[in-house]
Design a binder for this molecule. Structure first.
Ligand SMILES: [Fe+2]
Ligand SMILES: [Fe+2]
Length: 172
């Protein structure tokens, strides 16, 4: 059995992960409509990963004998000035999510929920990756601002990303 406070925090994280998916879908749609099919693909795959995170957290809540709590998923922002702004917002959003994950890790420590702490550590590590990737992409896209040819190359490169379920299942 899991502590009420941790079950609640994990449920909120399920919501945050589905919101992340929604946000990245909105960004993907914007990029697609603007003709950046590769960037759209990268964001679409990103959205699927976030859905997989949400599903994984949801399953863990049940596995620990608690009931997930469901709330509204807020609507994502829909207008972006361009791909630079999109990646600025991807990085800012991932930093925000890192804060949420760290709070859950802190809570699990406080409550001496060692299993929960161990579980959330996967996400702590994942966020290091997420921030590093977003930071790297933003740097590249900023460099490409003055070189349209470079943006074309980056777009082609991001078109190669394929979805791999981070948990090896069929979720997402
Ligand atoms: Fe996530
Ligand atoms: Fe993420």
């Amino acid at each position: 059995m899991i502590k009420e406070s941790i079950a609640k925090a994990l449920s909120e994280q399920v919501n945050a992960e589905y919101y992340s998916a929604y946000l990245y879908l909105a960004m993907s749609a914007h990029a697609d409509r603007a003709g950046y099919k590769g960037i759209a693909n990268w964001l679409f795959v990103q959205a699927r990963e976030e859905t997989a995170h949400g599903t994984h957290l949801y399953q863990y809540i049940l596995e620990r004998g608690a009931s997930p709590v469901f709330k509204d998923i807020k609507a994502p922002e829909l207008s972006f000035s361009g791909v630079t702004e999109i990646f600025e917002k991807v990085l800012a959003h991932e930093r925000y999510v890192t804060g949420l994950i760290n709070k859950i890790a802190g809570l699990a420590q406080e409550e001496q929920d060692h299993a929960g702490y161990n579980f959330i550590m996967w996400y702590v590590n994942e966020q290091v990756e997420e921030e590093a990737t977003a930071d790297e992409l933003l740097t590249k896209i900023r460099m490409a601002e003055n070189y349209p040819g470079l943006l074309f190359t980056i777009d082609a490169e991001l078109g190669n990303r394929t979805f791999v379920d981070p948990f090896g299942g069929t979720a997402g």
